[in-house]
Design a protein around this ligand. Structure first.
Ligand code: NI
Length: 178
């Protein structure tokens, strides 16, 4: 299992780099990401959360009620082509342990991404899947949930953020952290 970077770690503020070739190292990274996400009971993970600048995200909702039949997705160089509608939902993040925030996002998205053979795909996602993917793509752009809330909301969680910064939190992961 890889170490998950948390709030304060610089790589979480850095933009990912486009993946131009998929080699053994890339495939190993993806396998390790899937394992790490599973072990942490997460539903999604971006490569910079585990220390890589590669533009790779993964999501797996198969352990979430109502999504049991969904397949895990590995998206390389993902890009949101369009978004439709708005919805607000309480999100968590493996990099922000213990914090949950209401975040407004598109209800539906059209996503372009590449698979591990670098073939292009365009797919529509909605519901929790669409939300998780938007959250993970934010990570690739160096954006955290704390960048999507008002100054006032941020003030309310200042103590919790300080605890993470000072590494005073226990990394107790719960289901549904993105
Ligand atoms: Ni996250």
């Amino acid at each position: 299992m890889l170490t998950i970077n948390v709030y304060g770690d610089k790589i979480l503020k850095q933009k990912a780099k486009k993946v131009l070739k998929v080699d053994q190292r890339t495939l190993q990274l993806i396998r390790d990401m899937l394992e790490t996400m599973k072990e942490s009971d997460g539903v999604g993970l971006a490569a910079n959360q585990v220390g890589s600048r590669d533009s790779i995200i993964i999501a797996d909702l198969s352990h979430v009620e109502g999504y049991e039949k969904s397949k895990p997705i590995v998206a390389i160089n993902p890009e949101i082509l369009s978004g439709e509608g708005k919805s607000t939902y309480e999100e968590g993040c493996l990099s922000l342990p213990g914090i949950r925030l209401n975040i407004e996002r598109s209800e539906k998205i059209k996503l372009r991404f590449q698979d591990t053979d670098l073939n292009f795909h365009e797919e529509n996602f909605d519901g929790l899947f669409g939300r998780v993917l938007q959250h993970e793509i934010d990570h690739l752009n160096g954006i955290l949930l704390t960048d999507r809330i008002s100054a006032e909301e941020k003030k309310n969680i200042e103590e919790d953020l300080d605890k993470i910064l000072n590494r005073e939190v226990e990394l107790n992961y719960q289901i549904s952290e993105l």
